[in-house]
Design a protein around this ligand. Structure first.
Ligand SMILES: [Zn+2]
Length: 115
């Protein structure tokens, strides 16, 4: 990459330009790197595919955690994806549950009652 200040080519991993000493894009990236990995976000994301309720709860906690300074937004996108995926599959589960119960109720009601 090239230095934004002097235009000299600098190492891809360089934090500051060796020519003029101005911080590169890597400097901002390393400065804003999260202190802690938001592992919970990944757990919630994976859970949302298998156990919607658990995935939703874990993802919401992870999303709240991501806003804390020690996580510095780490895992926010994963947590958000986990919330959406688990909410959608919960919604589908709810709708199919309602449809199934309507089906069974009307099926049972269709039986003639003999006294
Ligand atoms: Zn420079």
């Amino acid at each position: 990459m090239f230095c934004k200040n002097c235009g000299k080519e600098v190492n891809e991993n360089a934090v500051i330009c060796p020519n003029c000493g101005v911080p590169t894009d890597n400097y901002n990236r390393s400065a804003s790197a999260p202190e802690q990995k938001n592992t919970l976000a990944l757990v919630g994301f994976i859970l949302s595919f298998f156990v919607s309720i658990a995935g939703l709860i874990v993802s919401i906690i992870a999303y709240k955690n991501a806003k804390k300074p020690e996580f510095n937004g780490d895992g926010k996108n994963f947590a958000l994806a986990g919330i959406i995926i688990s909410a959608v599959s919960l919604g589908i589960g709810l709708i199919s549950g309602i449809i199934t119960s309507i089906f069974w109720v009307s099926f049972i009601m269709s039986f003639p009652i003999y006294y």
